[in-house]
Write a protein that binds this ligand. Structure first.
Ligand code: 3PG
Length: 206
């Protein structure tokens, strides 16, 4: 099982996927891989998500697959059973942390305030997902963390685009950003994998 550190080092952009049809999952993963993306987060927001994770885990060994929107121990267990290699949460509770530990799933825990990030650091995390990144403070917020919390690494997601990603990636504490712009829900549903490969290529080049 890779560590969260390893996962954040796989690329500078992690696509956040909302998928309605699990039969599209392998085509989607291959389209992203062709564009140079090696790690993706499939959010557990749709009925298709767990089957999609299972399919990618079984059939796409070159993609590291994470489960997003892990908001309970039950979802952590289900994600691990489906073959996810890591979990991402939008915010973090003790239950979510314990659920991921019990499921042996490395967690990229969500946080949006200095106190939340500090609590996660106390709990042993050295990387967090900053969500909702644009709404909760933008790049200046993350830049402000470098001095008081120099060892915390931040993966911002929420409202980031191809155009705004460089502002985040320029920060010393941001190894990668997440976002849905690379594989929009509509493009996945339409099976428009060429567009997704093109978006992935642009993202991977950042
Ligand atoms: C997430 O869960 O990280 C966000 O939904 C991604 O946000 P975006 O759709 O604004 O990129």
């Amino acid at each position: 099982m890779p560590s969260i550190q390893d996962i954040l080092d796989l690329g500078r952009v992690m696509p956040v996927i909302v998928i309605d049809d699990s039969s599209k999952a392998v085509g989607l993963a291959n389209a992203l891989l062709e564009g140079g993306i090696r790690t993706i987060e499939i959010t557990l927001r749709t009925n298709a998500a767990l089957d999609a994770i299972r399919a990618v885990a079984n059939e796409c060994p070159d993609i590291t697959i994470g489960a997003g929107t892990v908001t309970s121990p039950a979802l952590a267990a289900a994600a691990a059973a489906a073959g996810a290699s890591f979990a991402v949460s939008p915010g973090t509770t003790e239950n979510v942390i314990k659920g991921c530990e019990d499921a042996a799933l490395p967690l990229l825990p969500g946080a949006a305030t200095v106190s939340e990030i500090l609590s996660l650091q106390e709990a042993g995390f050295n990387a967090v997902k900053f969500f909702p990144a644009s709404a909760a403070g933008g790049p200046n917020f993350i830049k402000s963390l470098i001095s008081p919390m120099p060892s915390i690494r931040v993966c911002p997601t929420g409202g980031i685009t191809l155009a705004s990603a460089p502002d985040w990636l320029a920060l010393a504490n941001v190894p990668c950003v997440g976002g849905s712009w690379i594989a929009p829900q509509a493009a996945i549903s339409a099976g428009d994998f060429d567009t997704i490969t093109g978006n992935a290529r642009a993202a991977a080049a950042l």
